[in-house]
Design a protein around this ligand. Structure first.
Ligand code: CDP
Ligand code: CDP
Length: 228
């Protein structure tokens, strides 16, 4: 099989990272969760007192962007590529509600997007990558070999995220999870720079009634039928 770039986009908690991780394992590709990069920048801004309510102190954050080290390291124990912020593994911290509640505000700043898109394109320069996010098929890799747009009902997505959060040290209430998912989907779809939308040439996959394995099988079939 030729080397591919695979882009997976969709609304919050549709199972993008789960699918991307399984697919990368199956193909021996690199998996990059681009959302974790936006989350790491948000964590940095929070930890350095640059966020007050809905206000981001851009004058302080933007000049520092190029000096913030955000990278991934493979963890054989968890079988995933984990996110590091200035040398610290922040894989768990970036999933906390405090970060989730600010990340879409950070992600709508054009300079933040330009900076992270550049890093993401570098990671894909040798192909053999599965990247998931919101604008991978539309902006980061508009020429991706395969674009998947995942969807599931809002109710199913909230249930999934809530169950996932129950397993963490900082669980949130179901109401909080629903409100956060809805608010992020709203901001992500309506922002000016590369809003979340299905690329015209993306394949829509609804996994509302599918398990992660069934979703993987469906996408592997699509890959088998790609032009050689
Ligand atoms: O996994 P979950 O659906 O909670 O979100 P995520 O993939 O971790 O992304 C967190 C947030 O980062 C999203 O709600 C977007 O605001 C932003 N994001 C983005 O703008 N563009 C991307 N390519 C990936 C994430
Ligand atoms: O990355 P994104 O926010 O789109 O979702 P995720 O973090 O990959 O998945 C959210 C939760 O949904 C995880 O706990 C998955 O195990 C679960 N799930 C799934 O990913 N795919 C299904 N078909 C069913 C459940």
């Amino acid at each position: 099989m030729r080397d591919l770039i695979i882009a997976i986009d969709g609304f919050s908690s549709t199972g993008k990272s789960t699918l991307a991780k399984l697919l990368a394992k199956e193909l021996g590709y690199l998996h990059i969760d681009s959302g974790a990069m936006y989350r790491a920048i948000s964590l940095y801004a929070l930890e350095n007192g640059m966020i007050h309510g809905e206000e981001i102190n851009e004058a302080e954050l933007l000049p520092q962007l190029e000096f913030i080290d955000v990278h991934f390291e493979w963890n054989p124990e968890t079988g995933r590529n984990e996110i590091y912020l200035n040398g610290e593994n922040v894989e768990e911290k970036v999933r906390e509600m405090e970060v989730s509640s600010k990340v879409s505000l950070i992600a709508k700043i054009p300079e933040v997007r330009a900076h992270l898109v550049e890093l993401q394109r570098k990671l894909g320069k040798n192909k053999r990558i599965v990247m998931d996010g919101r604008d991978i098929g539309t902006t980061v890799f508009p020429d991706a070999d395969l674009k998947i747009f995942l969807n599931a009902s809002a109710e199913e997505r909230a249930k999934r995220r809530y169950e996932e959060m129950l397993k963490t040290d900082h669980p949130a209430s179901f109401e909080e999870v629903v409100a956060n998912i809805n608010e992020r989907d709203r901001i992500d779809s309506t922002r000016e720079v590369s809003p979340l939308r299905k690329a015209d040439d993306a394949v829509l996959v609804d996994n509302g009634r599918l398990t992660p394995q069934e979703t993987l099988q469906e996408v592997l079939e699509i890959i088998q039928n790609l032009p050689k």
